[in-house]
Design a protein around this ligand. Sequence first.
Ligand code: NAD
Length: 489
Amino acid sequence: MNVLTTSQAPIKNYIKGNFREANGRSMEVLNPSDGTVITTVPLSGKAALDEAVEAAQEAFPGWSRMTLKERTQVFYKFRSLLEKNMHELTELVCLENGKAYGEAKAEILKGMELSEVACALPTILNDEIQEVSKGVECRTSHLPLGVVASISPFNFPFMVPLWTIPNALALGNCMILKPSELVPLSAQRIAELLKEAGLPDGVFNIVNGDKEIVEAICDHPGIKAVSFVGSTRVAKIVYRRASSNLKRCIALGGAKNHLIVLEDANPAISSANIAASMSGCAGQRCMAASAMVAVGNVDHIIEQICEESRKIVPGENLGSVISKAAKERIERYINEAEAAGAKVLVDGRNATVAGKEGGFYVGPTVIDHVTPDMAIAKEEVFGPVLAIMRTSDIDEAIRIENSSNYGNAASVFTENGGLADYVMERVSAGMVGVNIGVPVPREPFSFGGWNESRFGVGDITGKSSIAFWTKVKKRTTKWDPEAWKDWAS
Ligand code: NAD
């Protein structure tokens, strides 16, 4: 099947192992690489959520009573189904998100890696047992919470849902997924493949929709925990609303990632990494390099970044951005920075791709002499744009990074280990790197930022996610009658 040329059937909700029509509002889903309509997605209301929660509650006793080892069997099979269907899944991500093929394929590969972590949970999750005083034993067990929800953004339609699905389910929870209404197709295939892998009906459900369904999730008394990934504006809304309803919540928000480039940085490594980081996935990554702080004279590196950027061509090795509104927002940031005195060295405005004139493209853009007070220096642009600020002082560079409200990622480019450590210790970001444009921790290291890039405790993947998706029961047992003699025995 060539997914890219196939118009898709209308999206349905997925409840109790079946796809179900949803009544009421709906919207069109566009192919961002050419602007054509692919399908429609229902914008469900509370009734659909009630049905999904009921199905999940029914499935919970059976699923949660299985052993962890039994539940993880599903993810061994799921992982091999991802491998088997790699090409079709990759094309689906390209279709709905506009990514270049290799970028979309990386999402499926990452989905496999995330499933592998779920398969490893019986080895990773070590409950404790100890004789705490003579004849008295304490033991912990990690138990599932019940019905949980996962709300995802448009930029990784396949990978971000899989940040939460394998671990949350393998640990015994039942889930309602609310995908981004801009990219609802990948989630449908995830549901089909989970079923094929043997997941019992009702353990995983999808309710499509927008703001209305997200609010209903935050309010629903049957949902115990909510994970959210998206913009900081909405992360704050979700975190406040879910927490005020006494739910456990982790809400990952937006980002403004700084790359600090020192004079001794390796020009070839730095320029290749920086250009790839700012333009990969058309700059629509929460880990994308967005602000570069050039310390001292690094003109030769900036020149090379421009050269590398010119090799990145919309429609060839650069995908589209998600919508007309996104293209307009990105170009507005560039226009405003230019009007305020910044110098556009590589200009990606008004990009078009022959044969795909309806697509939403922005070419790679490098802007020099940006000042820290400009909107492009402070706000999340979420496009293939690098804003370069200049300073002669490493501490000033760190101050610029520290002044950001966000705190997802930061990187330093240098050949000097001492300076690299100096910067890494002082930047205010959850994921930091040296000579790397996208310092994403690979599994089983967990993913999560600081400041307004993450609300809640812990990270969303890896070992850290075990604490989020479980509650710990502490048992104390005493069988030895001698142990009754005093409280400490
Ligand atoms: P978004 O915040 O607009 O949407 C995310 C989800 O929230 C969607 O499912 C959407 O339906 C829902 N939503 C939108 N408006 C809402 C509202 N007013 N009330 C309740 N729910 C609402 O984000 P997006 O544009 O889909 O994704 C891009 C953003 O996600 C960027 O800011 C990016 O940095 C961020 N992101 C962060 C991470 C991370 O790990 N920190 C990862 C991926 C994406």
